[in-house]
Design a protein around this ligand. Structure first.
Ligand SMILES: [Zn+2]
Length: 244
């Protein structure tokens, strides 16, 4: 385009790139995947908004939601810094990866058939950088609250899962156990530790849950931050984004 418009100017591609990067604040954004349900809902509401007032209201709510998310990230960064400098503080981030399917076949019939699911719950020690993945297939256990609670364990950096997703592209998985090899190979330096779970590793946490007392109007889904202390091992401090 530039050459067509200015045929007499001889500029190398390198110079053009340099000017493009340093003089214009333009960037190519990657299409977002794995965005949260709320963001998705606001996006749909905004595209269907019929009045300026409605657009303003949705804009306001979207901004508030983004600010809350940024605030949570800032708190996490601070906590990680504290854990790095203080051995007696451990910051754990927990998240479940998207379901891994096997066998990885490519013939067209597979697209219409149900495949075998393998679940991966990641626990990352944010201070030390150590990452443990707990892997189990649907024949061993489901992926409800009780199953996840028995993994002896608030958000695992998405970068870990991105490495696995990248490794998936060159992997050939026929049986669930092969996912262990894929996950270990995903980060050659300081590989992820993988625990391949068996049914006896899952404990029934219902009794424990019944014996816990919660404050009135407590909602675990709004909890953003849980704190356990050695000095009071039977209490869990919880905070939501409003600091309550
Ligand atoms: Zn969101």
């Amino acid at each position: 385009m530039f050459e067509e418009k200015y045929p007499d100017t001889h500029v190398t591609l390198h110079q053009y790139r340099d000017a493009f990067r340093s003089r214009f604040n333009l960037k190519f954004g990657l299409p977002r995947s794995d965005i949260c349900q709320k963001c998705d809902r606001y996006f749909v509401q905004l595209s269907n908004a019929t009045s300026a007032e409605e657009t303003r209201r949705i804009d306001f709510e979207t901004n508030l939601h983004h600010r809350k998310a940024e605030q949570a990230c800032a708190v996490l960064r601070e906590d990680i810094e504290i854990a790095r400098q203080n051995n007696s503080v451990v910051v754990l981030c927990v998240d479940m990866q998207q379901v891994l399917f096997s066998p990885m076949l490519t013939h067209s019939n597979v697209f219409y058939q149900r495949q075998f699911s393998t679940y991966n719950n990641c626990v990352s020690n944010a201070g030390s950088g150590q990452v443990t993945m707990h892997l189990w297939h649907e024949g061993v256990a489901d992926r409800g609250a009780s199953e996840v609670a028995s993994l002896d364990t608030v958000f695992c950096p998405a970068t870990h899962f991105a490495l696995i997703e990248k490794q998936k592209r060159i992997a050939k998985v026929n049986v669930p156990f092969q996912w262990v090899e894929v996950i270990v190979a995903a980060r050659p330096t300081n590989p992820f530790q993988v625990t391949y779970m068996q049914s006896e590793d899952f404990k029934n946490c219902d009794t424990l849950d019944k014996n816990v007392t919660y404050p009135k109007e407590f909602k675990i889904t709004e909890a953003m931050w849980l704190k356990c202390s050695q000095n009071d091992p039977f209490s869990v401090m919880c905070e939501n984004l409003m600091g309550l």
